[in-house]
Write a protein that binds this ligand. Structure first.
Ligand SMILES: [Zn+2]
Ligand SMILES: [Zn+2]
Length: 69
């Protein structure tokens, strides 16, 4: 297991492209990532490791899959 990285989706392990993380690398100020305004379902959040909860962005793919569940 790799240490939890802030720019990797805790569910699928892919790059989550979180705007907050992107801002850190580009140095450009970002007010909000899409993940901030999205309400993740409890079902989806229950799959996220507790240590990653509210720390790591879930990627858009996983978020949209949760909607389809
Ligand atoms: Zn994902
Ligand atoms: Zn994000």
């Amino acid at each position: 297991m790799q240490p939890q990285s802030a720019n990797v989706c805790p569910l699928c392990g892919e790059h989550n492209q979180c705007a907050m993380e992107l801002a850190k690398t580009t140095g450009e100020p970002v007010t909000e990532c899409w993940c901030v305004s999205v309400a993740f379902s409890e079902k989806l959040l229950s799959k996220v490791p507790p240590e990653a909860l509210n720390q790591v962005c879930i990627c858009q793919k996983c978020a949209s899959q949760a909607d389809a569940l």
